[in-house]
Design a protein around this ligand. Sequence first.
Ligand code: ATP
Length: 555
Amino acid sequence: MFIVKKKIGGKEYYYLRESRREKGKVKAVTVAYLGKTKKDAEKRMKNFVKKKEEGLKKPENKKEVMVEESVRTEIGIDELARYCKRKGFVYPSGEVYGGLAGFWDFGHLGVELLRNIKDGWWNFHVRDREDMEGMDGSIITNPKVWEASGHVESFVDYIVVNKKNKEKFKVDAHELGKYEKDDKYIVEGKFNPMFTTKVGPVNGNESYLRPETAQSIFVNFKNVFDNSRAKLPFGIAQVGKAFRNEIAPREFLFRSREFEQMEIEYFIKSGMKCDLIDEVKGIKIKMLTGDMQSGNKEEEEMEIYSAWKKGLIGDWQAYWLAQEFSWFILLGAKSENFRARQHTSEERSHYAIDTWDLEYKFPMGWRELQGFANRGSFDLTQHQKASGKKFEVFVEGEGRIIPEVACEPSLGVGRAFLVFMLDAYEYNKERDNVVLHLNPKLAPYKAAILPLMSKGEVADISHEIFRELKEEWNVLFDKSGSIGRRYSRNDEVGTPYCIAVDQETIDKKTITIRDRDSTKQIRVKTKELMSVLRDLINDKVSFINAGKVVSTRVK
Ligand code: ATP
């Protein structure tokens, strides 16, 4: 085993890798994430190796082995929707009136998870970088924006009906021929999925609810560029709502009519090389190029850097693909469920030069999670022509130029929500309950305080601890039911740490923390609880090294 350092978004991350022999070839695979400093990495590597050796020595210790090997349990998308409703994550919108297809309301746990996803995304892409500015555009804007962008004219979906089961679905223009030729289907016509609305109470002007966040970035490009005194290359990021009147909203949050996007437009001077490309070295993902699709080939695992070297993917696309994939993996998603697929030439949008999708293996099959279009200077040129305003910027030695969008990573928050839930979900037979292995940074509750007595000093101190932790995190005060029941209830909503307060907390000023994933328990000094939790949540210490391991009956 060996430690490797990777630079992602200008920051260093350490990974543990090991060489494995597969089909006669020696291959290096990433075994664990080790943290952000060399010191942390070395410490964790020692723990990891120790744990592994212990596991090998004691194969009879089933529980430990099982925890290490715990994997995602397959769950259907509708079953996940039911689970989310039962546990208070997501409800069908207006359900008491029968709901409304494509609209969802989020309960307390769902909002917390959504916020943690969006905050995690914002920190990684905006705050942690020096080349990114943020913005937040309005949902309704001047309709001329959508005329200039081509959405009024070319943003169309085709409605296809399956004659047998009458099911309607949407297809893109490039897929149309296939359905027109097949007599099992009827192409019912085309329609524009933009929602319209009237602006002004009397004789209002027709406008649109934005179908994507990208155009707010383009029309504000000069404002942001001038205010930030940015230099190319640089990006503008936005998280916000978008609306599409989808023909067939289905598959839970995968396709809704109201959704959120986390989007970046990354601007360069035409021909500018990606000087961040070395950061992608060592990152591997399954890839499926346009040519592989034409030759009916399956995806293949490749190093993104080598794929770029071979000319299979552009440098900026490669860089952003690796960034986004790493973002998911660092937050606990499982790498084997991702692949990068290039759009075939027929499939590409009206504006795109080259497009890749980051796809995820949803229960319904491989589907688009995030798009990586290379939009060139299409949008800024369109807005310059239509508005008569200048979108050019001054570049030393070149004069005034219109920047190009080298890459547009565009991700739906709802689809990211599904990925983290699906990869976290495990039905644990031994515990006989679901364990949601959400990364602590994403978990709706970071901890639950469980007083073992409902009155007296134990209850008082539990309240005190609860109030203190609440200042920093969303935590739960859970006093009802047996301790075992309380543990499983918290496993089911992904609470990584349960804190049991008992008589020893009064007598010895120590407290127990129970780890959701391993069910192990440690005892720490009560006054150190905050800092221990902070280190655990931020992955700065492994659980068994964070306190004194104790054995208990209740797992
Ligand atoms: P699809 O082909 O699945 O309809 P798209 O190619 O039209 O998606 P884009 O216009 O590229 O999607 O939008 C960027 C991202 O926004 C998508 O990758 C997806 O994550 C998200 N997204 C788009 N439409 C929806 C929707 N109706 N519901 C939820 N998320 C969506």
